[in-house]
Design a protein around this ligand. Structure first.
Ligand SMILES: [Fe+2]
Ligand SMILES: [Fe+2]
Length: 391
């Protein structure tokens, strides 16, 4: 997987990406107000071809003052976060079409009763939570892109890579997708990482999986077709997979905002990151609680095991399902007392780490080399950003 995100920028696909961005930058003067959240929702998703049509100018051709004081590094961090939010939105939209509340706030699907019922085993409010998390993600990239455009800067636009098939199950829209929820290898080490009192990923520590089988194979988080709706233990395993994947996605957001905030320059950009990031944490906290309700079972179709996390060899402080607050752990230096914190928050290489993590856990299986090149380029630019001056 790592090899996919190391594609060099000379590839033709990447040149296309660069051309697209340049085209966007060269458009003249229209207001960014067209990028309202409602307009995103009405258009079915994201920035659309409209991103290129919105008035944006080259980062470096303008004095910093005409960019509202934003440095190129600030722009790169905002643009990378917007791209990640677009990807998050694409994934959540697929979950919502099949398992969320169907309404005009998050339109597109018609719902799948069997999958929705299986998700409700984790919590009777799951459909509402899926809907609300999905709507939140739309607003995250919508705001970030509108803010970039307001400063005369190019927004993130991944529309060229919206090519992958989605679910054929009852309830799903038949539209091309950016992310693949049907061959996931969800990482569940966030479960033990937030329960350890002595270790921290920023110190190089690694953590055991709560559901070891998930990361060892490829599993759907949504029904691929109506054939996945039976037997009952199979569709429940799919819902359980989603339950752990929800938390996996949101713990990533929980870390990436504080990680990148350390390298922004403008106070308003810092305010944006400090205001969006904790909403990811609110999502994560909710999903961590719900994942603990996933019933222990074995999927009869593929042998995937969801263990009883409250019984040996699991159980105890590392696994017990009602321990959903972060355990205090080491932070900055072992000489300090343990502290209850978000982890990791290391800023060096944080953007590339997110891309690698999402790639390794299967979210982009089937995507094109051009997609990985574009994402790689956005992440490298964000990781090159440095906090400037004394602002
Ligand atoms: Fe988000
Ligand atoms: Fe999120």
């Amino acid at each position: 997987m790592t090899r996919n995100i190391r594609i060099q920028s000379e590839t033709p696909a990447n040149n296309n990406h660069s051309l697209r961005i340049r085209h966007a930058r060269e458009q003249g003067g229209r207001s960014g107000s067209a990028l309202s959240r409602r307009s995103f929702l009405r258009q079915g998703m994201v920035v659309g071809a409209g991103a290129a049509a919105v008035g944006v100018r080259p980062d470096r051709a303008q004095a910093q003052s005409s960019r509202g004081g934003l440095t190129p590094g600030d722009a790169a961090i905002l643009r990378f976060l917007s791209a990640i939010e677009i990807l998050e939105t694409d994934a959540w939209q697929q979950y919502n079409e099949l398992g969320g509340i169907q309404d005009s706030e998050v339109p597109g699907g018609t719902g799948n009763a069997v999958y929705t019922a299986a998700l409700a085993v984790l919590d009777s409010d799951m459909a509402q939570y899926v809907h609300d998390n999905t709507e939140d993600e739309y607003t995250h990239f919508g705001f970030l892109n509108a803010y970039l455009v307001s400063k005369g800067l190019a927004p993130a636009n991944l529309d060229a890579f919206r090519t992958m098939p989605g679910s054929q199950a009852t309830g799903a829209q038949q539209i091309p997708r950016l992310t693949n929820l049907m061959r996931l290898s969800p990482d569940t080490s966030w479960w033990t990482r937030y329960r350890s009192r002595t270790q921290n990923p920023d110190f190089g520590d690694t953590f055991p999986q709560a559901v070891p089988g998930l990361v060892q194979g490829e599993f759907p988080g949504i029904p691929r077709s109506d054939a996945d709706l039976t037997p009952l233990a199979h569709i429940q395993a799919i819902a359980n997979t989603a339950g752990f994947h929800f938390a996996m996605i949101e713990q990533g957001g929980t870390s990436v905002y504080p990680a990148l905030a350390q390298r922004v320059t403008h106070p308003e950009v810092l305010r944006i990151l400090l205001s969006i990031g904790p909403t990811e944490t609110m999502h994560f906290q909710t999903w961590q609680d719900k994942a603990g309700n996933a019933p222990p079972l074995t999927d009869p179709t593929n042998g995937l095991v969801f263990p009883d996390l409250n019984s040996p060899p699991f159980g105890g402080e590392d696994y017990q399902t009602n321990l959903i607050m972060p355990e205090p752990t080491i932070f900055l230096d072992r000489k300090f007392p343990p502290c209850s914190i978000i982890r990791p928050t290391e800023t060096r290489g944080a953007a590339m780490a997110v891309v690698k993590f999402l790639t390794d856990t299967g979210l982009f299986r089937g995507q094109s080399p051009g997609f990985f090149a574009a994402l790689n380029e956005l992440a490298e630019a964000a990781d090159a950003a440095r906090r400037e001056g004394n602002q």
